[in-house]
Design a protein around this ligand. Structure first.
Ligand SMILES: Nc1nc2c(ncn2[C@@H]2O[C@H](COP(=O)(O)OP(=O)(O)O)[C@@H](O)[C@H]2O)c(=O)[nH]1
Ligand SMILES: [Mg+2]
Length: 197
């Protein structure tokens, strides 16, 4: 199930023909600094496909990465960075909502990343409720479990399941390379093999 190739395709801030080229789209969403870029890089076996930066909130467009020449990983802008001004926050929020719910796109799956230690933010919960109502297929990833004591991981995952109302949350750590295979399996199961490889 390993990814063989990955390349940056395009960044968009509104409607674009890339949305309609009949490839599967896997959306990645999460607040700034949660480790979204690091996770996409880990899945794609690339160090710097997506720029992972110590300055959060830098990406303000929706970035499409072509995986195996067949499927897109779609990196949504990180939201909720504290130092970002309100106008900018609102712009990003609108862009995310447009892509997830109003663009004429069939999104195959949404990989929703939350921080394992701090749990979902208010915006996370709002988005997860909307995703549930729209019956999107959502995979929740709890990243940075390396920051938790071993004994607390299960407890914290259960708590996040309770808060979000979603089950089967994947405990993940980019730092310890934990959860990678499970996440790839969950992303690609139910998608026709010929659409991926
Ligand atoms: N401890 C720990 N740090 C992580 C993990 N994943 C990412 N980070 C760090 O979190 C910071 C933000 O990561 P980045 O991928 O840029 O987050 P993004 O803003 O969501 O794209 C970076 O300093 C990463 O090295 C993890 O699993 N554990
Ligand atoms: Mg990022």
């Amino acid at each position: 199930m390993d990814i063989k190739s990955a390349e940056f395709a395009r960044g968009i801030t509104g409607t674009n023909k890339i949305l309609e080229d009949n490839k599967s789209q896997i959306a990645f969403i999460g607040r700034s600094n949660v480790g979204k870029s690091s996770i996409i890089n880990l899945l794609a076996n690339r160090k710097n496909l997506v720029k992972s930066s110590s300055k959060p909130g830098k990406t303000r467009q929706i970035n499409f990465f072509l995986i195996n020449k067949k499927v897109y990983f779609v990196d949504l802008p990180g939201y909720g960075f504290m130092k970002m001004d309100l106008k900018r926050k609102e712009k990003i929020r609108k862009l995310i909502i447009w892509y997830l719910f109003r663009s004429e796109v069939e999104i195959d799956k949404v990989v929703f990343i939350v921080d394992a230690k701090t749990g979902p933010t208010d915006f996370d919960i709002e988005m997860l409720d909307l995703l549930k109502k729209s019956e999107r297929k959502v995979i929740i990833v709890a990243n940075k479990i390396d920051k938790l004591k071993k004994n607390d991981i299960r407890k914290q995952i259960s708590k996040i399941e309770e808060i979000t109302g979603y089950s089967k949350i994947i405990p993940f750590s980019v730092k310890k390379k934990k959860g990678k295979n499970e996440l790839l399996d969950r992303i690609f199961n139910n998608i026709e093999k010929s659409k991926i490889f």
